[in-house]
Design a protein around this ligand. Sequence first.
Ligand code: GTP
Length: 242
Amino acid sequence: MESSLEFSNSLGSVSSLLTRSRTFKVLVIGDSGVGKTCLTHRLCAGQFLSRPEATIGVDFRERMLDIDGEKIKLQLWDTAGQERFRKSMVQHYYRNVHAVLFLYDVSCPASFNSLASWIEEFRQHSLGQEIPRFLVGNKSDLRDLSRANDQVSQERAMSFAKAHSMMFFETSAKNPPNKHINRQQGDGQAPYQQDKVEDIVIAVGAKLKRQKKPSTANALAYSGSFKVLNKKRPEKEVWTCC
Ligand SMILES: Nc1nc2c(ncn2[C@@H]2O[C@H](COP(=O)(O)OP(=O)(O)OP(=O)(O)O)[C@@H](O)[C@H]2O)c(=O)[nH]1
């Protein structure tokens, strides 16, 4: 009897340990086609989604992390890049957000140029500068040095990130580097970096761990408290970005 009580007590404490975690809402925004769905899928499922469909409304993906012994749950909000699929959702996107990933496609300068308007939308809806922001250049597998003028240089992206107090990453949801690369280039050129996707989630988790604890009210406010439009339209046939 005593031992079964002990057993159930220990089961109770094990399950409470397993379930106790802080949940953070992380918004992923950027132009349609930059790879928000593929990157969040890679971050959460460890695989490349080969036939993504345009996001309508929002999709959620979750990733558990252990940061220095604390369990952190990142609730990644994969938002719609196309205006017509997002306009009724924008208020929900920004409610109780804890961190934002601004995504662009390194092979599509137009998606980088759009960042200013994404930042402006963020400013209009969010609570302020204290929300951690991350700049992520996706599709680094498409980098082509012979087409440097048609691509977003890392130097440009890094100085943009610095000007907006963002941490910068460049990676590929399709073919991520398996180790962090930080290469010093010759002729006074800026160093070139490539990041593992894992480095991104760890940086986000570590930054959020240091943040003030989210209140229970905040945590409940975004755990399934509204209808999510996550239907997908048929797969995009042509990607018009650049
Ligand atoms: N080469 C390459 N292609 C990628 C990468 N990530 C995504 N793609 C491709 O880019 C296209 C768009 O990807 P999505 O993840 O659907 O883009 P999105 O930003 O979620 O688009 P919306 O849902 O419309 O906002 C797809 O054809 C993907 O296969 C990458 O890292 N490298």
